[in-house]
Design a protein around this ligand. Structure first.
Ligand code: HEC
Ligand code: HEC
Ligand code: HEC
Ligand code: HEC
Ligand code: HEC
Ligand code: HEC
Ligand code: HEC
Length: 355
């Protein structure tokens, strides 16, 4: 019942006017297949990257190893399986009818795991006035491909389907959630059950970082001087960070974040809070350490080379470390968050971490 009340309250709120309303969101976009035709090397990298794979239609579950899967949380059963040819999420509270909700899409990848977005039309036999999107309580763990509890959801043991199924996404948050993980979306289309990424691109696309490409393709074809496309590598660091900020600035607009607030999807705020960034006059950016077309490298020594661009006896533009001026910088100054049940995110606020 609580869920139904929650959903009714939610659906009374209006769908945000944003993507998908008013002007045609396809305007000016050409889609990544077009880009790939001329930029084969960048496209090859990008096609294998976590950015590309971070959103998948439900049909991708057909090829996911280890499914179907089930798990329990105390007396509550959770299951991901194909029922009547449809991938579905089942939750069962003791003594209550099981709830079988179709999976709409899956989000995430192989770093931490994959979340299920469910599309509910009815709950406990009652038809909802209009469908709702729900982030399922259990997700697929990267590597093992087993079900595990998603971080950030209700901590206690659920006693109603409200929390047992997961987290009901209000249209605003659903839009952000999908918007960070795939191309411009129309939440109304998603709620209606349609394929929501527009112009056929799924995951984070070329044009989310480079802007719409139609002018560029025209400029290239007409041999124009002005290439008509954003080259982020030619921007100042603060302007470059605005591009990444669309999705790497967390869920809140934190002006003075506390260390624990800056961990989740918030690398831009974290990095730009570092004395390294401030006192060097915006002298470092994501590109010092990452190629956004590729997966992040796992070898810390690669990242430490970037620290030594400024903190080394040879350069001496900044202080040397009294503890270890040569290596090991990342594990001490950008440690991974090791709270149990959480994603092991690297803390991008470079500082002397005192615990
Ligand atoms: C018809 C071929 C063609 C297509 C399609 C195309 N590009 Fe280009 N692009 C070029 C050429 C040629 C250049 C200039 C030489 C170079 O940098 O490779 C260029 C340059 C660029 C640059 C560098 C701009 C600069 O200021 O130096 C970026 C970034 C870029 N393209 C991104 C894209 C993206 C994103 C797409 C898809 C939306 C795309 N391109 C589609 C041919 C193309
Ligand atoms: C997550 C953001 C992001 C995505 C997605 C992305 N790029 Fe880029 N791209 C960048 C950044 C940042 C740079 C500047 C740094 C660099 O050159 O790698 C760049 C540079 C480029 C350049 C200029 C390279 C040069 O050497 O001058 C081209 C061309 C390009 N990207 C094409 C593409 C194409 C094609 C896709 C999709 C298949 C794509 N990018 C997807 C962020 C992105
Ligand atoms: C439209 C949203 C969006 C934009 C814009 C974006 N990212 Fe991302 N980025 C994501 C998401 C979502 C993930 C998580 C992908 C996954 O693992 O499923 C991610 C993951 C990453 C990763 C980790 C890759 C790995 O190996 O796990 C790096 C590094 C990264 N982004 C850098 C950048 C940089 C640098 C920029 C700006 C040039 C940028 N991103 C722009 C959404 C975005
Ligand atoms: C502000 C942008 C943003 C929003 C909103 C967002 N995410 Fe993410 N998500 C990211 C980024 C960036 C990452 C990469 C890891 C990190 O930095 O947290 C990520 C990582 C993930 C991962 C792990 C990916 C992997 O490779 O293992 C999952 C699963 C995920 N998000 C699901 C969701 C779901 C479900 C929602 C909505 C309820 C959501 N995200 C909302 C940006 C976002
Ligand atoms: C000084 C180096 C450095 C800079 C600058 C940097 N990163 Fe990272 N980043 C790392 C390291 C180290 C990892 C962990 C890689 C691993 O071991 O898989 C990482 C991992 C990530 C991940 C994967 C999730 C996580 O947090 O562990 C994302 C997303 C990411 N970086 C985004 C960004 C963005 C966006 C920027 C720019 C605001 C940025 N990074 C700047 C070093 C850096
Ligand atoms: C663009 C140059 C630059 C880069 C790259 C850089 N730093 Fe810094 N860092 C600075 C400056 C400037 C300061 C402040 C003045 C000083 O300590 O010299 C600073 C300060 C620090 C401090 C003290 C922070 C505080 O809050 O007092 C630590 C710790 C640190 N850096 C570690 C690192 C590590 C680790 C890396 C690589 C992950 C790194 N820095 C990369 C320039 C840089
Ligand atoms: C074993 C952990 C460890 C390693 C490895 C390490 N540091 Fe440190 N670093 C510290 C601690 C602890 C402090 C604070 C020392 C103090 O306040 O007396 C510190 C201080 C610093 C400072 C501030 C110095 C000042 O006087 O303000 C900088 C800059 C720094 N480290 C950079 C680095 C860089 C760059 C690397 C890699 C080349 C590195 N550190 C490796 C633990 C480490």
């Amino acid at each position: 019942m609580a869920l139904i009340v929650g959903l009714l309250g939610l659906l009374a709120g209006s769908v945000p006017a944003g993507e998908g309303s008013g002007t045609n969101p396809n305007d000016g976009y050409v889609g990544r297949t077009t880009c790939a035709g001329c930029h084969q090397e960048k496209a090859r990298l990008h096609f294998d990257s976590p950015h590309r794979h971070t959103w998948k239609p439900v049909s991708a579950l057909d090829d996911m190893p280890g499914l179907p899967q089930q798990a329990s949380e105390g007396p509550i059963q959770h299951k991901v399986s194909k029922i009547d040819g449809k991938w579905s999420y089942t939750a069962q509270l003791p003594g209550r009818p099981a709830q079988v909700i179709p999976i709409h899409s899956i989000m995430g990848g192989e770093r931490f795991g994959t979340s299920f977005i469910l599309r509910a039309e009815e709950v406990e036999g009652r038809k909802l006035p209009s469908p709702a999107l729900i982030e399922a309580r259990f997700m697929i763990e990267a590597g093992t491909h087993r079900l595990k509890k998603s971080p950030g959801l209700f901590e206690g043991q659920p006693t109603s389907y409200d929390t047992a199924l997961g987290r009901v996404l209000n249209p605003d948050f659903a839009g952000k959630c999908l918007g960070c993980h795939t191309g411009p979306v129309d939440v109304r289309l998603a709620l209606a059950g349609g394929p929501h990424p527009q112009f056929g691109d799924v995951g984070v696309t070329c044009e989310q970082c480079h802007g719409p490409g139609a002018d560029h393709v025209r400029a290239v074809e007409n041999n124009e001087q002005n290439l008509g496309i954003v080259h982020p590598g030619k921007l100042s660091n603060p302007d470059l960070h605005k591009i990444c900020s669309q999705c790497h600035s967390g869920f809140f607009s934190l002006v003075r974040p506390r260390p624990e607030d800056v961990l989740i999807s918030n690398q831009v705020t974290a990095l730009t809070s570092s004395e390294c960034y401030i006192q060097s006059g915006a002298g470092l950016s994501c590109l010092d350490c990452h190629d956004p077309h590729s997966q992040a490298v796992e070898d810390d020594s690669v990242y430490e080379a970037s620290c030594r661009n400024c903190h080394s006896a040879a350069v001496r533009t900044s202080t040397l470390c009294p503890v270890n001026p040569k290596d090991g910088c990342i594990s001490c100054h950008m440690p991974a968050n090791d709270q149990p049940g959480n994603f092991h995110l690297v803390d991008h606020w470079i500082r002397v971490v005192r615990r």
